[in-house]
Design a protein around this ligand. Structure first.
Ligand code: ADP
Ligand code: MG
Length: 322
Protein backbone atom coordinates (compact mmCIF):
# COMPACT_ATOMS: atom_id res chain seq x y z
CA UNK A 1 0.00 0.00 0.00
CA UNK A 2 2.80 2.40 0.82
CA UNK A 3 4.26 1.81 -2.64
CA UNK A 4 0.97 2.73 -4.25
CA UNK A 5 0.83 5.89 -2.14
CA UNK A 6 4.35 6.75 -3.13
CA UNK A 7 3.63 6.34 -6.84
CA UNK A 8 0.56 8.57 -6.64
CA UNK A 9 2.36 11.17 -4.57
CA UNK A 10 5.15 11.54 -7.00
CA UNK A 11 2.86 13.47 -9.29
CA UNK A 12 1.67 16.23 -6.97
CA UNK A 13 4.87 16.67 -5.02
CA UNK A 14 7.56 16.82 -7.64
CA UNK A 15 9.81 19.49 -6.16
CA UNK A 16 10.25 21.98 -3.33
CA UNK A 17 8.39 24.43 -5.54
CA UNK A 18 5.32 22.21 -5.72
CA UNK A 19 5.33 21.74 -1.94
CA UNK A 20 5.47 25.49 -1.39
CA UNK A 21 2.70 26.06 -3.93
CA UNK A 22 0.35 23.51 -2.37
CA UNK A 23 0.98 24.66 1.20
CA UNK A 24 0.70 28.31 0.25
CA UNK A 25 -2.65 27.74 -1.43
CA UNK A 26 -3.87 25.93 1.67
CA UNK A 27 -3.01 29.06 3.70
CA UNK A 28 -5.08 31.24 1.37
CA UNK A 29 -7.96 28.76 1.46
CA UNK A 30 -7.85 29.07 5.25
CA UNK A 31 -8.24 32.88 4.90
CA UNK A 32 -4.75 33.68 6.20
CA UNK A 33 -3.56 37.25 5.81
CA UNK A 34 0.02 36.53 6.83
CA UNK A 35 2.14 33.70 5.45
CA UNK A 36 5.77 33.01 6.30
CA UNK A 37 7.75 30.51 4.24
CA UNK A 38 11.04 29.18 5.59
CA UNK A 39 13.42 26.91 3.75
CA UNK A 40 16.57 25.15 4.87
CA UNK A 41 19.02 23.90 2.27
CA UNK A 42 16.68 25.19 -0.44
CA UNK A 43 13.82 23.29 1.16
CA UNK A 44 15.36 19.86 0.76
CA UNK A 45 16.17 19.65 4.48
CA UNK A 46 13.17 21.57 5.72
CA UNK A 47 10.15 23.48 4.43
CA UNK A 48 8.02 25.34 6.93
CA UNK A 49 4.97 27.44 6.13
CA UNK A 50 3.21 29.33 8.85
CA UNK A 51 -0.14 31.08 8.48
CA UNK A 52 -2.58 32.96 10.68
CA UNK A 53 -5.67 31.45 9.08
CA UNK A 54 -8.63 29.47 10.40
CA UNK A 55 -6.61 26.56 11.78
CA UNK A 56 -7.71 22.92 11.68
CA UNK A 57 -10.41 21.63 14.00
CA UNK A 58 -9.33 18.94 16.46
CA UNK A 59 -11.94 16.58 15.01
CA UNK A 60 -10.55 16.99 11.50
CA UNK A 61 -6.84 16.67 12.16
CA UNK A 62 -6.89 12.87 11.92
CA UNK A 63 -8.16 13.14 8.34
CA UNK A 64 -6.05 15.86 6.77
CA UNK A 65 -3.16 13.53 5.93
CA UNK A 66 -5.50 10.99 4.36
CA UNK A 67 -5.64 10.72 0.62
CA UNK A 68 -8.67 12.40 -0.92
CA UNK A 69 -9.69 14.05 2.31
CA UNK A 70 -10.67 17.64 1.71
CA UNK A 71 -12.74 19.95 3.83
CA UNK A 72 -13.32 22.20 0.85
CA UNK A 73 -15.83 20.45 -1.35
CA UNK A 74 -18.30 17.70 -0.66
CA UNK A 75 -20.20 17.32 -3.90
CA UNK A 76 -19.97 17.75 -7.63
CA UNK A 77 -22.02 20.94 -7.26
CA UNK A 78 -19.31 22.37 -5.03
CA UNK A 79 -16.77 21.77 -7.77
CA UNK A 80 -18.97 23.82 -10.06
CA UNK A 81 -18.97 26.65 -7.52
CA UNK A 82 -15.30 26.32 -6.63
CA UNK A 83 -14.01 29.18 -4.49
CA UNK A 84 -10.85 27.56 -3.16
CA UNK A 85 -7.48 26.63 -4.61
CA UNK A 86 -7.62 23.11 -3.25
CA UNK A 87 -10.29 20.52 -3.79
CA UNK A 88 -8.62 17.16 -4.33
CA UNK A 89 -7.20 16.41 -0.91
CA UNK A 90 -3.93 15.11 -2.29
CA UNK A 91 -1.20 17.49 -1.25
CA UNK A 92 -0.83 16.71 2.44
CA UNK A 93 -1.24 12.95 1.95
CA UNK A 94 1.43 13.05 -0.74
CA UNK A 95 3.74 15.17 1.33
CA UNK A 96 3.44 12.74 4.25
CA UNK A 97 4.53 9.87 2.05
CA UNK A 98 7.71 11.60 0.86
CA UNK A 99 8.83 13.49 3.98
CA UNK A 100 8.35 13.82 7.75
CA UNK A 101 5.40 16.12 8.31
CA UNK A 102 4.28 17.93 11.41
CA UNK A 103 1.27 20.21 11.72
CA UNK A 104 0.84 22.79 14.45
CA UNK A 105 -2.58 24.33 14.54
CA UNK A 106 -5.04 26.36 16.56
CA UNK A 107 -8.53 27.53 15.66
CA UNK A 108 -10.15 30.55 17.24
CA UNK A 109 -12.04 28.24 19.62
CA UNK A 110 -8.98 26.31 20.80
CA UNK A 111 -7.23 27.41 23.94
CA UNK A 112 -3.77 26.41 22.86
CA UNK A 113 -2.16 25.17 19.69
CA UNK A 114 -1.11 21.58 19.30
CA UNK A 115 1.67 20.10 17.27
CA UNK A 116 0.89 16.79 15.56
CA UNK A 117 3.54 14.55 14.06
CA UNK A 118 2.28 12.49 11.16
CA UNK A 119 3.36 9.11 9.83
CA UNK A 120 4.09 8.32 6.20
CA UNK A 121 0.48 7.16 5.95
CA UNK A 122 -0.73 10.53 7.23
CA UNK A 123 -1.78 9.17 10.62
CA UNK A 124 -1.09 10.98 13.87
CA UNK A 125 1.74 9.37 15.77
CA UNK A 126 2.35 12.02 18.37
CA UNK A 127 0.92 15.27 19.68
CA UNK A 128 2.12 17.89 22.10
CA UNK A 129 1.11 21.39 23.15
CA UNK A 130 2.76 24.32 21.41
CA UNK A 131 3.03 28.04 21.96
CA UNK A 132 2.04 29.18 18.47
CA UNK A 133 -0.97 31.45 17.94
CA UNK A 134 -4.04 31.00 15.78
CA UNK A 135 -3.41 29.46 12.40
CA UNK A 136 -1.50 26.55 10.99
CA UNK A 137 2.18 25.78 10.59
CA UNK A 138 3.11 22.88 8.38
CA UNK A 139 6.62 21.57 8.42
CA UNK A 140 8.12 19.01 6.05
CA UNK A 141 11.56 17.65 6.90
CA UNK A 142 13.83 15.57 4.70
CA UNK A 143 11.92 15.81 1.45
CA UNK A 144 12.17 12.81 -0.89
CA UNK A 145 13.86 10.78 1.84
CA UNK A 146 12.48 7.63 0.19
CA UNK A 147 12.92 8.73 -3.42
CA UNK A 148 16.72 8.82 -3.68
CA UNK A 149 16.76 9.41 -7.42
CA UNK A 150 14.48 12.43 -7.17
CA UNK A 151 16.39 13.75 -4.21
CA UNK A 152 19.65 13.49 -6.05
CA UNK A 153 18.13 15.10 -9.13
CA UNK A 154 17.21 18.18 -7.10
CA UNK A 155 20.33 18.23 -4.98
CA UNK A 156 22.74 20.07 -7.25
CA UNK A 157 23.76 23.67 -6.63
CA UNK A 158 22.42 24.79 -9.96
CA UNK A 159 19.04 23.09 -9.60
CA UNK A 160 18.64 24.40 -6.06
CA UNK A 161 19.29 28.00 -7.06
CA UNK A 162 16.89 27.79 -9.99
CA UNK A 163 14.27 26.29 -7.72
CA UNK A 164 14.61 29.06 -5.15
CA UNK A 165 14.19 31.64 -7.89
CA UNK A 166 11.05 29.87 -9.10
CA UNK A 167 9.67 29.93 -5.56
CA UNK A 168 10.40 33.63 -5.29
CA UNK A 169 8.55 34.19 -8.57
CA UNK A 170 5.65 32.15 -7.29
CA UNK A 171 5.39 34.28 -4.17
CA UNK A 172 5.58 37.39 -6.31
CA UNK A 173 2.63 36.22 -8.40
CA UNK A 174 0.53 35.37 -5.35
CA UNK A 175 1.53 38.66 -3.76
CA UNK A 176 -0.24 40.43 -6.58
CA UNK A 177 -3.15 38.04 -6.85
CA UNK A 178 -3.71 38.36 -3.09
CA UNK A 179 -2.98 42.03 -2.35
CA UNK A 180 -4.12 41.96 1.28
CA UNK A 181 -1.83 39.12 2.36
CA UNK A 182 1.59 39.70 3.91
CA UNK A 183 4.13 37.20 2.59
CA UNK A 184 7.74 36.50 3.51
CA UNK A 185 10.30 33.99 2.30
CA UNK A 186 13.39 33.07 4.27
CA UNK A 187 16.17 30.78 3.16
CA UNK A 188 18.61 29.55 5.82
CA UNK A 189 17.29 32.38 8.03
CA UNK A 190 18.05 35.05 5.42
CA UNK A 191 15.12 37.15 4.23
CA UNK A 192 14.78 36.55 0.49
CA UNK A 193 11.40 38.08 -0.25
CA UNK A 194 8.96 40.26 1.62
CA UNK A 195 5.65 41.77 0.66
CA UNK A 196 3.48 43.70 3.05
CA UNK A 197 -0.30 43.74 3.04
CA UNK A 198 -1.62 46.14 0.39
CA UNK A 199 -5.05 47.74 -0.05
CA UNK A 200 -5.50 46.86 -3.73
CA UNK A 201 -4.02 45.27 -6.83
CA UNK A 202 -2.20 48.36 -8.05
CA UNK A 203 -0.57 48.87 -4.66
CA UNK A 204 0.47 45.22 -4.68
CA UNK A 205 2.02 45.53 -8.16
CA UNK A 206 3.83 48.65 -6.96
CA UNK A 207 5.09 46.84 -3.88
CA UNK A 208 6.34 43.86 -5.85
CA UNK A 209 7.58 45.40 -9.12
CA UNK A 210 8.40 48.93 -8.01
CA UNK A 211 7.51 52.44 -9.21
CA UNK A 212 9.25 52.22 -12.53
CA UNK A 213 7.13 49.34 -13.70
CA UNK A 214 3.84 50.57 -12.28
CA UNK A 215 4.20 53.97 -13.90
CA UNK A 216 4.46 52.30 -17.27
CA UNK A 217 1.29 50.30 -16.91
CA UNK A 218 -2.19 51.40 -17.87
CA UNK A 219 -5.27 49.97 -16.33
CA UNK A 220 -8.37 49.12 -18.30
CA UNK A 221 -11.43 47.17 -17.55
CA UNK A 222 -13.93 45.35 -19.72
CA UNK A 223 -16.85 43.16 -19.07
CA UNK A 224 -19.33 41.17 -21.01
CA UNK A 225 -22.81 41.23 -19.57
CA UNK A 226 -23.92 38.15 -21.44
CA UNK A 227 -21.16 35.82 -20.27
CA UNK A 228 -20.57 37.72 -17.02
CA UNK A 229 -16.83 37.64 -17.68
CA UNK A 230 -14.90 40.57 -16.31
CA UNK A 231 -11.42 41.50 -17.38
CA UNK A 232 -9.15 43.89 -15.50
CA UNK A 233 -5.93 44.59 -17.33
CA UNK A 234 -2.64 46.18 -16.45
CA UNK A 235 -0.87 46.59 -19.77
CA UNK A 236 2.20 48.53 -20.89
CA UNK A 237 1.27 52.07 -21.95
CA UNK A 238 1.20 52.60 -25.70
CA UNK A 239 4.62 53.70 -26.83
CA UNK A 240 6.62 52.36 -23.93
CA UNK A 241 8.63 49.23 -23.91
CA UNK A 242 8.65 47.15 -20.80
CA UNK A 243 9.54 43.73 -21.84
CA UNK A 244 11.00 40.71 -20.26
CA UNK A 245 13.96 38.92 -21.68
CA UNK A 246 13.30 37.18 -24.92
CA UNK A 247 11.89 34.17 -23.09
CA UNK A 248 8.70 34.22 -21.09
CA UNK A 249 9.11 34.00 -17.40
CA UNK A 250 6.03 33.66 -15.34
CA UNK A 251 6.92 36.29 -12.80
CA UNK A 252 6.04 39.44 -14.73
CA UNK A 253 3.33 38.38 -17.09
CA UNK A 254 0.52 37.12 -15.00
CA UNK A 255 -2.93 35.83 -15.84
CA UNK A 256 -5.33 34.94 -13.09
CA UNK A 257 -8.79 33.47 -13.31
CA UNK A 258 -10.85 34.00 -10.20
CA UNK A 259 -7.61 34.69 -8.34
CA UNK A 260 -5.95 31.49 -9.50
CA UNK A 261 -2.71 32.16 -11.40
CA UNK A 262 -2.94 30.18 -14.61
CA UNK A 263 -1.22 29.69 -17.92
CA UNK A 264 -3.33 30.40 -20.98
CA UNK A 265 -0.86 30.36 -23.87
CA UNK A 266 -3.45 31.50 -26.42
CA UNK A 267 -4.38 34.48 -24.34
CA UNK A 268 -0.74 35.33 -23.74
CA UNK A 269 -0.32 35.36 -27.51
CA UNK A 270 -3.22 37.80 -27.86
CA UNK A 271 -1.69 40.17 -25.30
CA UNK A 272 1.68 40.07 -27.01
CA UNK A 273 0.05 40.73 -30.34
CA UNK A 274 -1.86 43.67 -28.90
CA UNK A 275 1.28 44.98 -27.27
CA UNK A 276 3.41 44.72 -30.39
CA UNK A 277 0.69 46.33 -32.50
CA UNK A 278 0.47 49.45 -30.41
CA UNK A 279 4.14 49.65 -29.42
CA UNK A 280 5.76 48.57 -32.63
CA UNK A 281 7.65 45.73 -30.96
CA UNK A 282 8.07 42.30 -32.36
CA UNK A 283 5.96 39.49 -30.98
CA UNK A 284 8.95 37.59 -29.68
CA UNK A 285 9.14 40.08 -26.79
CA UNK A 286 7.28 39.42 -23.60
CA UNK A 287 5.61 42.48 -22.07
CA UNK A 288 4.98 42.94 -18.38
CA UNK A 289 1.26 42.62 -17.82
CA UNK A 290 -1.36 41.39 -15.46
CA UNK A 291 -4.75 40.13 -16.60
CA UNK A 292 -7.24 39.59 -13.88
CA UNK A 293 -10.15 37.58 -15.15
CA UNK A 294 -13.31 37.03 -13.18
CA UNK A 295 -15.74 34.45 -14.48
CA UNK A 296 -18.79 32.75 -12.98
CA UNK A 297 -17.35 29.62 -11.35
CA UNK A 298 -19.44 27.28 -13.49
CA UNK A 299 -17.74 28.57 -16.64
CA UNK A 300 -14.28 27.43 -15.74
CA UNK A 301 -12.70 24.02 -15.59
CA UNK A 302 -9.57 23.99 -13.47
CA UNK A 303 -9.44 20.25 -13.09
CA UNK A 304 -7.11 19.58 -16.00
CA UNK A 305 -3.75 18.76 -14.52
CA UNK A 306 -2.37 18.00 -11.08
CA UNK A 307 -0.94 21.48 -10.66
CA UNK A 308 -4.08 23.23 -11.87
CA UNK A 309 -2.03 25.71 -13.87
CA UNK A 310 -4.01 25.12 -17.04
CA UNK A 311 -7.59 26.03 -17.33
CA UNK A 312 -10.40 25.99 -19.85
CA UNK A 313 -12.73 28.89 -20.08
CA UNK A 314 -16.03 28.06 -21.61
CA UNK A 315 -16.05 31.38 -23.41
CA UNK A 316 -13.15 32.89 -25.17
CA UNK A 317 -11.80 35.76 -23.17
CA UNK A 318 -9.68 36.98 -26.02
CA UNK A 319 -12.85 38.24 -27.71
CA UNK A 320 -13.03 40.77 -24.90
CA UNK A 321 -9.50 41.91 -25.50
CA UNK A 322 -10.26 43.02 -29.02
P1 ADP B 1 -7.08 20.26 -0.41
O1 ADP B 1 -6.40 21.58 -0.32
O2 ADP B 1 -7.29 19.81 -1.82
O3 ADP B 1 -8.33 20.19 0.41
P2 ADP B 1 -4.74 19.27 1.01
O4 ADP B 1 -4.13 17.90 1.02
O5 ADP B 1 -3.94 20.38 0.49
O6 ADP B 1 -6.10 19.14 0.19
O7 ADP B 1 -5.23 19.60 2.48
C1 ADP B 1 -6.11 18.70 3.13
C2 ADP B 1 -6.96 19.43 4.14
O8 ADP B 1 -6.13 19.87 5.22
C3 ADP B 1 -7.66 20.66 3.63
O9 ADP B 1 -8.88 20.36 2.98
C4 ADP B 1 -7.85 21.47 4.91
O10 ADP B 1 -9.00 21.01 5.60
C5 ADP B 1 -6.64 21.08 5.76
N1 ADP B 1 -5.56 22.09 5.70
C6 ADP B 1 -4.40 21.99 5.03
N2 ADP B 1 -3.62 23.07 5.19
C7 ADP B 1 -4.32 23.91 5.98
C8 ADP B 1 -4.07 25.22 6.51
N3 ADP B 1 -2.92 25.89 6.26
N4 ADP B 1 -5.03 25.79 7.30
C9 ADP B 1 -6.18 25.13 7.54
N5 ADP B 1 -6.47 23.90 7.07
C10 ADP B 1 -5.57 23.29 6.31
MG1 MG C 1 -4.45 22.00 -0.81
Amino acid sequence: ASTIRLIGSSQVITSVYSVVKELLENCFDAHAIAVDVKLENYGLDKIEIKDNGDGIKTDDIQFVGQRHYTSKISSHDDLQQLQTYGFRGEALASLCSVSEVSITTKTVQDEISIQYKLTGEGKIKDSLPSHLGQGTTICAVNLFKNLPVRKQYHNTNKKKKVELKKIEDLLRVYSIVKPNVRITLRHNKELVFQKNAQPDTRAAILNVFGHQTVNLLVFCEKSDTETEIKLEMYLPKPGCDITLTSRASSDRSIISVNNRPVLIPDLDKVVRQYYSNCNGCDTTRYPVYYLLITVPTDRQDVNLDPNKTHIYLQDVVSKLLM
